[in-house]
Design a protein around this ligand. Structure first.
Ligand code: PXG
Length: 440
């Protein structure tokens, strides 16, 4: 068969080598717990928990039931000047899970939309406080903040930006990335070197005058770029510089929130409190698309002025706070709590680190990185064909070892279930080792 499962070529797939994929499609038709079911009926162990989304596992009965009930009760209601009961309930629950000081949640439908929303809130915040001159946004090289124009502009992954170069939004600068193979290769947890890279923010504040900068956005741990934990002390230093200049700090926690690093947020784990946190993925365990932007009280309050009949923020989505998504979110929050998912994640992290770092001395491996339940094994690229080895491993893992392994170019990325079974996790990495050994 040359195209997809039903021999159709119509689907233009996202972030996929479409022509290569359609020659021999990898199609999933079901899932349960930690396993997918492939089109041929075989069971496939998911080493990426969806796409960093399904930390609890697939088709959790409690979430499935909540969604089924809600869709029969209230399928949709207008989201502007009207709302549904459970969106309010979910906002409360999410805010409770966030660090102290966070009081409000704005719902979106994806991580990309959460980022756009956060950037707009940052600009609106300063304007509302009489500092409309604060318009400059700072991102970081190798950052991933989704695919919309704002997020792409503050993002720093070159292939994502390349063809849109002339259309990126103006007034954006970037901190240097913190990836340093020479000094930090094979770090366990936070790398030791690179704290001084946070001073890039001070330099930009000197260059533009800090009073013109609205916000800096970083992933506490860069995910898409291949899992880059921050140098020890780096996030604390960013916070300090932001405070000095009145700059808002935004943590993009689309990956790191909801237990991925053993706590509700990476902010809590690192003890560094940003002003705004973007989330998505784990908010509903990936079951229904939904994102949320969490803000501290002072951010919300800045907007709550002027005539009460006026809309305070001219921004929102038709599906903001969608009742079925919110039902999935509420059930997800219940499972996180009832099953102690964040605690399980924290407990598994050192075993996961041991397994990953058993690849440190492999001849094809140039780096191994980990933090929480996030990890990467970076392979040496093949001469003249960067990314080819990574993709071949992804495919061979699927067909020969019945494993889903994500590759970003030659970096294999791992997002194990937060409630992984250690034996299964170990066995899956043995499968990967066989594949790494076997490929050229
Ligand atoms: N911010 C961060 C930090 C993300 O990781 C987004 C924003 C965008 O979310 P949406 O829901 O619009 O896709 C993401 C998404 C990878 C990978 O391989 C990760 C993402 C997307 C694609 C690939 O790690 N994360």
């Amino acid at each position: 068969m040359s195209a997809t499962a039903n021999n159709s070529d119509a689907y233009w797939m996202p972030y996929t080598a479409n022509r290569d994929f359609k020659k021999n499609p990898r199609i999933i038709k079901g899932a349960s717990g930690h396993y997918y079911t492939a089109a041929d009926g075989s069971k496939i162990y998911d080493m990426f928990s969806g796409l960093w989304t399904c930390g609890i596992g697939h088709c959790h009965p409690k979430i499935v039931e909540a969604v089924q009930k809600q869709v029969a009760k209230l399928d949709y209601c207008m989201s502007f000047q009207l709302s549904n009961d459970i969106a309010f309930e979910l906002a409360e629950r999410v805010v409770d899970m966030a660090p102290d000081g966070f009081t409000n949640c704005f719902f979106t439908n994806s991580g990309s939309e959460s980022v756009e929303t956060a950037l707009k809130i940052a600009l609106g915040y300063h304007r509302a406080r009489g500092e409309g001159n604060r318009t400059r946004l700072i991102g970081r090289e190798k950052g991933y903040h989704g695919v919309n124009f704002g997020g792409m502009s503050v993002g720093g992954i070159v292939p994502n930006r390349k063809i849109f170069s002339a259309n990126l939004i103006p007034g954006v600068d970037h901190l240097r990335h913190t990836y340093d193979l020479e000094k930090n290769a094979f770090s366990r947890g936070l790398p030791k070197h690179g704290l001084e890279l946070a001073d890039d923010l001070e330099r930009l504040a000197q260059l533009h005058d800090g009073s013109n900068i609205a916000a800096v956005i970083v992933e506490p741990i860069a995910g898409s770029a291949g899992v880059l934990p921050p140098p020890a002390g780096y996030l604390e230093k960013l916070r300090e510089i932001c405070d000095r200049h009145g700059i808002l700090l935004i943590f993009d926690e689309v990956i790191t929130a909801f237990g991925r690093v053993g706590k509700g947020t990476a902010a809590e784990r690192f003890g560094v409190t940003p002003d705004i946190i973007t989330t998505a993925k784990g908010l509903t365990n990936g079951v229904i698309p939904m994102g949320g932007v969490l803000v501290q009280q002072h951010v919300y309050d800045a907007f709550m002025q002027g005539p009460e009949h006026m809309v305070e923020l001219f921004h929102g989505y038709t599906y903001s706070g969608h009742p079925v998504a919110a039902a999935a979110g509420l059930a997800t929050m219940d499972v996180y709590k009832e099953e102690g998912i964040f605690e399980q994640s924290a407990e598994l992290e050192s075993t996961f680190a041991d397994i990953l770092h058993s690849f440190d001395n492999h001849e094809k491996v140039i780096d191994v990185r980990n933090f929480g339940m996030m990890g990467s094994i970076e392979l040496a690229p093949r001469e003249g064909a960067p990314g080819a080895r990574g993709l071949e491993i992804h495919k061979k893992c699927f067909w020969d070892e019945k494993l889903v392994v994500r590759n970003g170019m030659d970096a294999l990325q791992f997002s194990p279930f937060l409630n992984s079974n250690v034996d299964e996790m170990q066995a899956s990495f043995e499968g990967i080792r066989r594949v790494i050994d076997a490929v050229e």
